[in-house]
Design a protein around this ligand. Sequence first.
Ligand SMILES: [Zn+2]
Length: 453
Amino acid sequence: MYLLPLGGANEIGANSYYLNIAGTGLVLDCGMHPQKKGLEALPRFELINDLPVDFVLITHAHQDHLSALPYLVKLHPHIKIITTPQTRALAELTLHNSVSILCEQIKNEEMKVYSHEEIDLLIKTIDYRNYANTFEISGYNHQSIEPIKITFYDAGHILGSASFLIEHSGKTIFYTGDINTDDQTIQTGCSLPKVKSDVLIIESTYGATESGNLLNREKEAERLAASINKIFNNGGSVLIPVFALGKMQEILGTLWHLIVKGKLTQTDIYIGGIGEKINRVYDYNRYVVRRADSEFKLLDLPVKNLYRVNNPDDFFKHPRIVLASSGMVIEGTASYKLAKHWLMRKDSGIFTVGYMERSTPGYILSNAARGDKIKLTLFMEPVEVKCCIKKFRFTAHAKREGLLEIVEKTNPQKVVIVHGDTNAINWLGAAILKKDKTKTVYAAEPGKKIILF
Ligand SMILES: [Zn+2]
């Protein structure tokens, strides 16, 4: 039994991990790097060219865990895809959405960009399993009489997100995917297996972040409301960069609760195109998955489509809230384009609400203050920040304590740390060993095989 990271191991990028169990090849997640372009953004699939590849299991529908799937299917057409029904529904939206973006980026004949028709076919082939239902699989070259048992656990990250419990020959592996131990506004925290795991493969996004900076969610919501009200009183508008999947729904829910409680002035909220479709999937599933409040419906909220506004100046005629993707304000996206208009407005504010990777325009923006001269990208002319900029934290990932709680509850002998920058991985590794020196901790690296048993 061994693990071969293909990408995303020591950064938040193209998450994909190859797991070989008795000759059966499982690919765990299949993401694209959000900031890299073209083939550069893919996991290193060449590492598994000559290995058995039978199944790909997807934890959730975020780009960095899902979007390379059409490429993997082209390389291994017989591969079986399995995920939760919610991730399948969301994958249909996010994969179609990425087709047009990729068409612009990839001109390489060797690995042609896939079409909308191909995505339709791919979605049809996705098999889905509900949480807590154990199912059995075995690949073409499986060299054991025992099949591999898989159980999905709700990871509490976004709708449909799952962690995987993988069992074979008395050995257990738990792969967290992106996981959150705490409740969010819509999503409730993760559920964990009751059995001990021999190996834990754990994400580490917030390993480098002091938990004091990830404040109590309710207090943070009130701070957000007070800051928005202040901008409204100046006659300005607020731009909040968000991921269309997950963060947009959570922030919409948070804003709506604040309005209902009378803590936030009611106003028009603008959201981007795909966000509306994702809201629908969230609503359809509200009785099917665990929810903080199953009666809450995103479609009841008075939101408007930001793409119907032709002139950005219209956003400033009356106080408005605009939720635009991408969350990390990647060049060329709606939030990037709108941020340039916002930066010039003294009366308005840009409020960031999530994790920003260091190399992104969002990181530069969220750490700027009024009066600073900033360059969002290398080739941009420096601009003076005239608007108000504030940082808020509404995390969809486990805090440090949450990560350690997962280690404690699953009680593994071996821990493989993935999905974090070097500081995050180092902190988590050291913290695990401080509690128990007998554990073996690995920092995953793409292309570096880890023998598990
Ligand atoms: Zn995610």
